[in-house]
Design a protein around this ligand. Structure first.
Ligand code: GN1
Ligand code: MG
Length: 370
């Protein structure tokens, strides 16, 4: 992948960034947008940093709607954080408007850029072995969901329709198998079979929703561990980032996706599958942190399906990587040709391991809900 760049003069002018540019760094956490941190020295000698992102408009086709959602949500969070005596400068993102009042700027090539104030003295994790920190991650997503409980969801537009509709994801996968755009189908017969054997799983939550047994809430929908900023000093998850997919959804999507990524004993793209497994101690830590905050705002049905949601979101993510591999890697950023296949295999290995550990995950959940 070629080195992505940004146009400093354009960014500085559009977002009216004060000071003298000092340095920039590319952040490689996300699979979708391209992200840089830029440092500026202001007149008084202080360094002020900003995060500048190129919005992936192949994935997010309508940047106006995208940014309206995000600014709506961050402004709402800001008020909630202020009410509870927190620090809105550190606990939510502050996006900067450009001269035309929009929260993104289009460059001469049609690329869309946005900018928010960088939050310092924090760290992010791609993999975790600390139960304490992962418990804090559970509490952070639990409180994110709680803070947004009264958000007027009718004002939120779906930025990606059917994002966690696992059955529609399954149909997309079947289409990718039929089309075989990449010509790689022969390499993935075992994965195709693995997924087809679990087709029924893809409808479980949708059926419950149709029957009115699971409520729609305002959810984050991309609750990867690396979407939390942890405070350097307290190790608390202080700020949730990557708000592109905040939409009406199920609480279970958020819980499940956190476990998928964070309770894996290996990275999402580990090639050695013997390293991939579901850590029960990490599962326990997360479910305790999450339910410790969110228990009273969840229904019994939601709590009952937490362990299943972990498996389902892992299956869904593996299915999306496989679909993209079959389609020729058009959606997720990849660093080498087999990257999506490697990611798919870690996810399916994790699904298998969760299936073996489902009874234990259930009893840890019941225990944490008491
Ligand atoms: C993408 O942008 P990032 O890396 O946080 C993806 C998620 C997947 C995740 C898999 C908009 O998230 O849905 O779960 O990769 N985001 C989008 O790692 O598709
Ligand atoms: Mg991210």
């Amino acid at each position: 992948m070629g080195e992505q760049q940004f146009d400093l003069a354009f960014v500085q002018r559009q977002f009216d960034l004060p000071g003298t540019f000092q340095s920039s760094e590319t952040l490689n956490n996300g699979h979708i947008n391209t992200t840089f941190v830029l440092d500026f020295q202001t007149a008084d000698g202080a360094v002020q940093s900003y995060v500048v992102q190129k919005i992936n408009t192949y994935v997010f086709k309508d940047p106006d709607t995208l940014m309206k959602n995000i600014v709506g949500v961050t402004s709402f969070l800001r008020r909630e954080i202020e009410k509870s005596g927190g620090d809105p400068e550190r606990e939510t993102l502050t996006f900067l408007p450009c001269a035309n009042g929009k929260y993104y700027a289009k460059d001469e090539n049609g690329a869309c850029w946005r900018c928010y104030r960088h939050i310092g003295e924090v760290y992010t994790c791609n993999i975790i072995d600390s139960e304490e920190v992962f418990k804090n991650a559970g509490a952070a997503f639990g409180s994110f969901q709680k803070m947004l409980a009264d958000y007027p969801s009718e004002t939120l537009k779906e930025t990606i329709p059917n994002f966690h509709n696992t059955y529609s994801r399954f149909l997309d996968f079947e289409k990718a198998v039929r089309d075989n755009l990449s010509g790689r189908r022969d390499q993935v017969e075992a994965e195709i079979e693995f997924l087809r054997a679990r087709e029924a799983d893809t409808r479980v939550l949708l059926d419950l929703m149709d029957k009115g047994e699971l409520p729609l809430r305002v959810t984050h929908n991309d609750t990867k561990l690396n979407n939390i900023l942890f405070d350097n000093k307290t190790n608390h998850g202080i700020c949730i980032i990557d708000l592109d997919t905040v939409m009406p959804g199920l609480a279970l999507y958020d819980f499940g996706d956190s476990i998928r990524f964070g309770a894996n004993t290996a990275s999402e793209d580990e090639k050695d599958l013997s390293k991939v497994s579901l850590s029960l101690p990490l599962y326990k830590a997360y479910v305790e942190g999450y339910l410790g905050v969110a228990k009273d705002s969840l229904t019994a049905r939601e709590i009952e399906y937490l362990p299943f949601s972990a498996k389902l979101m892992t299956l869904e993510c593996g299915m999306r990587f496989l679909t993209d591999f079959l389609n020729g890697d058009t959606y997720f950023k990849t660093e080498y040709p087999e990257h999506n296949l490697v990611r798919c295999r870690t996810q399916f290995k994790l699904v298998e391991d969760m299936e073996k550990k489902m009874a234990e995950m259930q009893s840890l959940t019941t225990e944490a809900a008491k």
